[in-house]
Ligand binder design. Structure first.
Ligand SMILES: [Zn+2]
Ligand SMILES: [Zn+2]
Length: 314
């Protein structure tokens, strides 16, 4: 009798433990994570320590676990220091990285980050950083992309002829917290020194560059790799936060995550003549999974100011 009673007790204990565990996981599911992603495994392909800012935000928002695949050279998909140019668009490059990560890790969710640096789309000479953090789910055929775009970047380069010039450039770039890269002669020279992150190292690099240069000049530039650039890392974090927000937005029809703005509708009527203006009337939300879409009023106002009307104010 005694062993049997013991066994029953054990079963009861397991049953109770199971109930308690499922309650805990249900509770977690309610608070954090999406039902589509909860309990699954995602891979982040990066060798530049992007997991520092991406992992905590996305694990909480999606409820999956992120493993890091750091053994692959992501510069094969394009390097900021121009050794390899990027294939296709910024989003294409992010997709390639996400797919490569899934292939290497054997997961069905891939996460990838891709950045670009250029001039501001409207204001010349103002640098512009666009960061994407992409989530690709092969099983659910779903793609959600977080984005951050702003001019908060130290992106810069200069031809240098002296130590003083180099010091001035370095201070402006936020060195040594922000690393630098250097080439002899010009930006196309085959030799490049990266990972310059101490003043001693910078002086050595300059000596090396000047000695190797045919024209007594070196090309000094900011290193835009995430682990070498805390300002860029902050923008990657903002793109991850944007992605987390999109994950939380569910489609009203199929409940898929990622129900986000895909376009705008112009045509707010003029307050004077009622003609349609170029002012934004509504934002369009679309579900990438079932195609359901919904318009939401972009602003409280029903009319555009007459100053914006091409008839009243041509
Ligand atoms: Zn849907
Ligand atoms: Zn008008």
């Amino acid at each position: 009798m005694k062993p049997a009673a013991k066994a029953v007790g054990c079963v009861q204990l397991f049953a109770l433990k199971g109930l308690w565990l499922s309650a805990v996981f249900r509770g977690r599911g309610m608070a954090d994570g999406s039902p589509l992603f909860a309990g699954r495994c995602a891979v982040l392909l990066t060798k530049h320590r992007k997991e520092q800012v991406i992992r905590p935000i996305l694990e909480k928002a999606a409820g999956f676990q992120i493993i890091v695949e750091a053994g692959f050279d992501t510069d094969q998909f394009g390097a900021f220091t121009r050794e390899i140019s990027r294939p296709g668009s910024q989003l294409d490059a992010a997709r390639l990285k996400a797919e490569k990560g899934m292939e290497l890790a054997g997961t069905e969710i891939g996460i990838a980050s891709e950045g670009s640096f250029d001039s501001h789309p409207l204001i010349p000479f103002v640098p512009w950083n666009v960061e994407l953090v992409l989530l690709a789910d092969q099983k659910e055929k779903l793609e959600i992309c977080g984005r951050c775009a702003n001019s908060e970047t130290n992106y810069n380069h200069r031809m240098i002829t002296s130590l003083e010039e180099a010091e001035k450039f370095a201070r402006k770039a936020g060195f040594p917290e922000h690393w630098l890269a250097l080439r002899p002669d010009n930006e196309r020279h085959q030799s490049v020194l990266k990972d310059i992150n101490t003043w001693e190292h910078l002086k050595d690099a300059l000596r090396w560059g000047f000695a190797k240069s045919a024209v007594g000049k070196v090309f000094l530039e900011t290193d835009m790799r995430a682990h070498a650039n805390p300002t860029r890392m902050r923008n990657i974090q903002k793109a991850a936060e944007d992605l987390a927000e999109k994950i939380k937005q569910q489609c009203p029809q199929c409940a898929s995550p990622g129900f986000s703005v895909t376009g705008v509708q112009k045509g707010l009527p003029c307050e004077e003549c009622g003609c349609l203006t170029e002012e934004i009337k509504a934002r369009v939300f679309t579900c990438k999974r079932c195609g359901f879409s919904r318009e939401e009023k972009a602003a409280e106002r029903e009319h555009a100011p007459a100053g914006r009307c091409q008839y009243c104010n041509p």
